[in-house]
Design a protein around this ligand. Structure first.
Ligand code: Z5A
Length: 241
């Protein structure tokens, strides 16, 4: 095996003095909730209903999304979902762009909100990266999980809802017959790709049963909201009825 020369070895002394590689979950007064699922699972609709309910109860809530949630993140989102003609993203480049958007999102939006005691409702977070890039693109679940851990420095959701829907049902919902807009670069992947993603989410949920709640997203919107609220109500920073 080729040995790395001293010049090629990463020099830890070059890391900024303030840099702490936190891997343990950080604590805050707020509540960080992420929503995961395949295409058309109903995350955006659910987040909108939950936002209305929680703000109606007097809680301070922000609803945000990935990729996106900051001006930089929204630009990265465009590159990822609708790249200019002639640009083909490699799997690793795609992964790095999702992580760059996340780093900005954490520093600019998520951490300040949690430290201020707010409820953060986030449409997709690390589990999407693990399922889509790790399992779907084949980069490896553990490899991608480790990178997510490094980048997030202890910022991980307190609660996650995985909205489980069969890919053909979800894709139909977001297709022209459903959402009324053309499919983006990732939505247009093969059915086999979307089935791999679903298995990836099952693997994540099986490993983290306390954090990840699986919700059957074939149910109607009201049933989905009711089940999610049942769990969320027990974890809010300020109790409600
Ligand atoms: N991605 C990634 O690869 N790696 C990462 O790290 C991250 C993301 C963070 C983001 O695009 C893409 O990036 C996504 C994963 C990838 N892949 N794709 N494609 P996005 O944000 O545009 O895509 P999305 O998150 O999948 O959103 P979506 O497709 O719009 O789905 P949704 O938010 O889950 O569903 P919705 O918009 O609430 O509902 C879709 C339609 O279904 C709509 O017409 C609703 O009225 C209807 N709906 C919702 N709920 C129901 C129920 N219960 N019954 C019937 N119909 C329903």
């Amino acid at each position: 095996m080729r040995q790395l020369t001293a010049r090629q070895k990463p020099n830890r002394a070059l890391l900024p003095a303030t840099q702490k590689w936190r891997q343990n979950k950080r604590r805050w007064p707020g509540l960080f909730v992420s929503f995961e699922g395949g295409e058309g699972a109903g995350k955006s609709s659910l987040i909108a209903s939950l936002y209305d309910f929680l703000t109606g109860e007097g809680l301070e809530v922000i609803a945000t999304r990935e990729p996106g949630g900051t001006p930089l993140g929204e630009q990265i989102r465009e590159c990822l979902l609708n790249p200019n003609d002639g640009i083909t993203l490699t799997a690793r480049a795609e992964l790095c762009l999702f992580l760059a958007a996340r780093a900005q999102h954490i520093d600019e939006v998520i951490t300040p909100a949690l430290e201020a005691g707010k409820v953060v409702l986030c449409d997709r977070f690390n589990d999407s990266t693990i399922a889509y890039q790790g399992v779907g693109r084949g980069l490896g679940l553990d490899y991608v999980k480790q990178l997510c851990t490094l980048i997030c420095e202890g910022v991980t959701p307190d609660l996650t809802f995985y909205l489980d829907v069969a890919p053909e049902v979800g894709l139909h919902r977001v297709s022209k017959g459903g959402r009324g807009s053309a499919l983006d670069r990732i939505e247009s992947e093969t059915l086999a790709f979307h089935e791999r993603i679903r298995k990836g989410f099952y693997q994540i949920a099986a490993k983290e049963k306390e954090r990840v709640h699986i919700i059957d997203a074939h149910q109607n919107r009201e049933e989905v909201l009711e089940q999610v609220l049942e769990v969320v109500k027990q974890r809010l920073p300020k109790p409600i009825q």
